[in-house]
Structures are given as C-alpha cells and as structure tokens.
Design a protein around this ligand. Structure first.
Ligand code: 5RP
Length: 229
C-alpha cells in the first residue's frame, strides 16, 4: 500500500477514536505515528474548549501534548484512565491480543492501558496479520545490566532475540532507561503462556504482548472503518 494511503488510513482511525472523547475524561495518550494523529485531533478539540486531562505514554507524546496545550497529569492524581487511544504493531482480531512496542514505549503504554476502563486501538489494516507474531517480533524490555544473560534466557524460550539499535547504531534506550530485545517467536498460539514465561525471566521488565487490555479495535481500510469490540 502506498505510504500516502497508509497515512490517510491512520488519520481516519485516529479521528474515529477521538469521537469517543468526552468532556471531563482522563485520557491515556498513546505513542507512535498513528497515536500522534489522535493526539493532534485531541489538541484541536482542546483548543476549541474540550476539558480533559491526559497521561502520556512517552516523553515524545508528553512533548507533543504540551505543544498542543493538552493538560497533563499522572497516577499520583488519578487511579484510573477513562479512555486510552493508542496504536499497535500487530492485532489478532480473534481475541484482541496486541503486539506493541516497535516504537519503544511499551512499558508506559502497558501501565496506562492496564489502568484504563477502555482502550481504543487505532490501526490501518496492514496491522492485521492473522496469528500474532507471524510477521512482527515481540519487543521485550530488559534492564541494561546483564542484558546478554537475559538474552541467553530468551533463547532458552526458543526466541530469536535481537538487541534494538537506535539510528546512531548504539543500543536503543527506552524512557525507563532500559534496552529492548526484539524477539522473533514465529506464530504465537498461546500468548498468555508466553507472556508469563517471559515475565518470569530475571532481567525482563515487560513484554509487548498486550492481552485482555484492548476493548475496541478501530481498523481503517480503503473501503471504510471497521470497529471490533
Ligand atoms: C509504540 C507502539 C506503537 O503504538 C506502535 O509501534 C504502532 O506505531 P505506529 O502507529 O507508528 O505504526 O507500540 O511503542
């Protein structure tokens, strides 16, 4: 699909999700190119008088929100988020399991998603890949110390881990100061079991498998929008 068309679809999905935003809400503000379009649309509504507060899922999203005048808050002030709008890297429509974190924000994204009453995931149809994992690795956020040891443990779970590098060729460092090992498992049939096994490894902080968190998936296709709940 041409890049312009993908961008158009991302915008459609983002705008549809922002229709769910109501005055007085605490919003989870996602990270990534699709979520950024939703943040833009929320910013436009705030400029027109909408009253919301947002919890950003990354420093990049926090900076974008501040530029747009979206008031920010944190979990010191609120226990729960009314609605989170975020993108995803792969979605299994059978049970709304997601892979997230190719943008590097999976830890904060999961903390916000787990505290959310509703999580609307916005994607273009290229993110639908049948069985999860078949085309997208699972990002695994790992503490820096001893990452090679964590990598060996991951290999023991049949992953093919690859340390993520930044544009400068150095290890990519998350907002939490950690590394990411992108782990190719091939098609994942038991995501919850895999997630639990990954989390049990010393050195693993969080995984990009989002299970039981998404409530709505908004898919933009050339023919129109589909919402799966
Ligand atoms: C960031 C994420 C993003 O939501 C995911 O990578 C999708 O990004 P994009 O909308 O740019 O394709 O999980 O950690």
């Amino acid at each position: 699909m041409a890049e312009d068309e993908v961008q158009r679809l991302k915008r459609l999905a983002a705008e549809k999700a922002v229709e769910l935003v109501e005055d007085g809400m605490v919003l989870g503000l996602g990270t990534g190119s699709t979520a950024a379009l939703a943040v833009d649309a929320i910013g436009a509504r705030v400029a027109a008088g909408l009253k919301v507060v947002g919890i950003p899922t990354s420093e990049v999203t926090a900076a974008q929100s501040q530029r747009l005048g979206i008031p920010l808050t944190d979990f010191g002030h609120y226990n729960a988020v009314d609605l989170t709008i975020d993108g995803a890297d792969a979605v299994d429509l059978a049970d709304l399991t997601l892979i997230k974190g190719l943008g590097g924000a999976l830890l904060r994204e999961k903390i916000v998603a787990a505290a959310s009453k509703r999580m609307a995931v916005i994607i273009d149809e290229t993110k639908l890949q049948g069985t999860i994992g078949s085309r997208t690795p699972v990002p695994v956020e790992t503490v820096r110390f001893g990452w090679q040891s964590t990598e060996r443990q991951l290999k023991g779970l049949s992953a093919k881990p690859k340390l993520r590098l930044g544009k400068d060729g150095q290890p990519f460092v998350t907002d939490g100061g950690n590394f990411i090992l992108d782990c190719d498992f091939g098609p994942i049939t038991e995501a919850a079991k895999l997630h639990a096994a990954l989390k049990s490894l010393t050195g693993v902080v969080e995984t990009g498998l989002f299970i039981g968190l998404a409530t709505d998936v908004i898919i933009a296709r050339p023919g129109g929008i589909e919402v799966v709940r």
